[in-house]
Design a protein around this ligand. Structure first.
Ligand code: NAP
Length: 266
């Protein structure tokens, strides 16, 4: 019997994780199946326990359960504790243990796949929700010269920046024409066809714009291209965070390049 894994969330119908992990399993020869598990908004714990009781070995956790998954775990990695959120649950080693691979996924995509040096860069993180919180500690650790957090609700950005030791945090109006080399959109504005209100001048010469939303062109990416920046969606982060979860579960590191190419091609 192959080992069982799944992604749990609400909704999960459009999740690409089952396809990505199936590619990883095929390429590495790991004997596993990876399913979708939709839990009711108030039924996360019950769904995880039922999956575990049926022999499930691990789960990826997506919206809206990442913070609840952190509270559910008996233990967690340093990076999950920093994010106060879990996207990778390990269920086959005694008590439930949690990890968070989103931050390392983003940093790897920016550094290894897109060839950007984060050390010494001027970095802007847009948003102060779960996704921003999950990547902030690894971004700070990557050694940007300046790292500013901006959000529609300014107080949330200010609190996040202070908590994680970023350079500054506030509303979009506080940016006052400041320029950045790397601009990361961690808001869900793209899903509503909107973009955070940035001015073209805020994209430095040769800037890279990154939208964590994947599989669609967003208003933020269009704005970035119009300002002369290189524009990338979050597909690479999605595949890299999945590869890190796979490594956490199986101890095998899959090659991400062919999977990312196939995801973009299809
Ligand atoms: P969340 O906790 O609901 O936070 C949403 C954020 O977006 C908040 O900062 C919110 O600002 C802001 N926002 C929403 N609508 C906006 C608008 N019209 N204009 C400006 N700001 C707006 O969501 P999340 O978990 O952080 O997820 C954010 C996005 O990241 C999602 O689209 C998700 O798909 C994506 N994501 C991608 C990956 C990947 O692997 N590529 C991983 C994780 C997440 P307020 O605080 O003012 O409400």
């Amino acid at each position: 019997m192959p080992d069982r894994y799944a992604v749990i969330g609400n909704p999960v119908t459009h999740s690409k994780s089952p396809w990505i992990h199936a590619q990883f399993a095929l390429a590495t020869g790991e004997s596993m199946v990876y399913e979708r598990l939709e839990a009711p908004a108030d039924g996360f714990r019950q769904a995880v326990e039922a999956f575990r009781a049926q022999g499930g070995r691990g789960l990826n956790v997506t919206l809206p359960f990442k913070a609840e998954a952190f509270r559910f775990c008996a233990g967690a990695s340093e990076r999950a504790a920093a994010a106060q959120a879990v996207n990778t649950l390990v269920l086959d080693r005694g008590k439930p243990w949690g990890d968070n691979t989103d931050g390392v996924g983003l940093v790897r995509d920016l550094a290894a796949n897109l060839g950007r040096r984060l050390g010494g860069a001027q970095l802007l993180l847009l948003g102060a929700g779960g996704a921003a919180q999950g990547v902030l500690a690894p971004l700070v650790a990557a050694g940007a010269r300046r790292l500013v957090v901006a959000n529609r609700t300014a107080d949330k950005a200010h609190a996040l920046a202070r908590r994680y030791g970023a350079s500054a945090g506030g509303g979009y109006e506080d940016l006052r024409g400041e320029q950045f080399d790397i601009l990361i959109n961690a808001t869900s504005a793209g899903l509503a066809g909107e973009a955070p209100p940035l001015a073209a001048v805020q994209f430095a010469r040769g800037a890279l714009a990154y939208d964590m939303v994947y599989g669609r062109d967003t208003a933020f990416l269009a704005l970035a291209r119009a300002a002369g920046a290189a524009a990338h969606d979050g597909s690479g982060m999605l595949v890299e965070q999945a590869a890190e979860s796979f490594f956490v579960w199986r101890g095998v590191r899959p090659d991400t390049a062919p999977v990312l190419a196939a995801l973009r091609g299809g």
